[in-house]
Ligand binder design. Structure first.
Ligand code: TUI
Length: 316
């Protein structure tokens, strides 16, 4: 059993949290992960507070275990969702794609544990200073909106800068990844892509098949020119996007327009031409659909084996 400050603080069995994946992480997936002993998350993405309230109430019916809500700070509805989680008595919030500082005081006053996703050690320290419970350090191997540092470089540097627990994210898809993250200073992990192929994940089957059939070099970071890189699987969409980014005659507005709605097309419709299939660099390792419970139990069995067997390298 891996027991850390993360399992203790969050009241969960395994030190794993599910990524707050837009258009993917709903009450069904979140409750399945929580029931399996991890921390499930509902992704608020760009949805309004009413949708988020509905999913929170659904999750409360599906699990009596802790779960949280991920708030995407670039969303036009971020402030309303930040208030809705207080009113719905959510106990744990993770944030992404920006700084949660405008909402921090209100959340902490209401006893909410806040775990911001950051892409740098500097921001990790800043989050600790404003009251974060843990910090999720996400490397650029992750799917979706990414920073610049890799998990390998970010996690040890952030671990040196903060005393709160570090949760590693980006490029972790099996027990070896968990063991490696722990060696870098993490006390928990976040997995996104591996949970996309969970049986309880309602994403379109084509999305799951694309991850299962992907090889190691099948992801690409789009959106660098617009200043918000997004990692997704290579596809007709990503090829056109990159082509437009490299074309000086294409305006930022034209590129932005291509991306609008592309994630929904992938997640809900499995649209192979126009969909943006966000996924991490670890996609090539993911080979089958499993229940959330099978995923978590397998990953942590492997992690314990890896950590125990690491002793074999030491010669006394
Ligand atoms: O947020 C994510 N992943 C996401 S959000 C998303 S929706 C979206 N779609 C299209 C374009 C942009 C977003 C899809 N995937 N992960 C967490 C994360 N947060 N990664 C990086 C960051 C981050 C970046 C900058 C956190 C803080 C930050 O701070 C900058 C600042 O405000 O100082």
């Amino acid at each position: 059993m891996l027991h850390t400050r993360v399992t203790e603080i969050l009241g969960i069995k395994y030190p794993v949290i599910q990524g707050g994946m837009a258009w993917i992480a709903d009450a069904n997936l979140a409750s399945a992960v929580s029931n399996a002993g991890g921390l499930g998350l509902i992704a608020s993405m760009s949805a309004g507070p009413d949708w988020v309230r509905k999913e929170i109430r659904k999750a409360k019916e599906l699990t009596d275990k802790p779960f949280g809500v991920n708030i995407m700070l670039m969303s036009p509805h971020a402030a309303d969702v930040a208030q809705a989680v207080i009113e719905e008595d959510v106990k744990i919030v993770t944030t992404g794609a920006g700084s949660p500082s405008p909402y921090m005081k209100a959340w902490l006053k209401n006893g909410i544990k806040v775990m911001p996703v950051v892409a740098s050690a500097t921001l990790a320290r800043l989050m600790q200073n404003i009251g974060a419970t843990c910090v999720i350090c996400e490397g650029s191997e992750a799917g979706g909106h990414i920073g610049d540092l890799t998990t390998m470089a970010l996690v040890p540097q952030a671990s040196e800068q903060v005393s709160i627990p570090v949760i590693a994210a980006g490029g972790i898809g099996d027990g070896r990844g968990v063991a490696a993250a722990f060696m870098l200073g993490a006390e928990g992990v976040q997995m996104g892509t591996r949970f996309v192929v969970a049986k309880e994940c309602n994403v379109h089957q084509a999305y799951k098949d694309k991850i299962i059939n992907a090889k190691d070099t099948d992801t690409v970071a789009t959106g660098k020119r617009l200043g918000h890189p997004v990692r997704c699987l290579k596809s007709p969409f990503s090829r056109q996007y990159v082509q437009m980014e490299n074309d000086i005659n294409c305006t930022s507005e034209q590129i932005e327009k291509l991306g609008t709605g592309a994630l929904r097309l992938a997640a809900q419709e499995g649209n192979e031409e126009k969909g943006c299939f966000m996924a991490g660099k670890i996609s090539g390792l993911i080979k089958k659909e499993q229940t959330a419970q099978e995923i978590i139990e397998e990953v942590f069995f492997e992690a314990e084996q890896a950590l125990l067997q690491a002793q074999k390298w030491i010669k006394r």
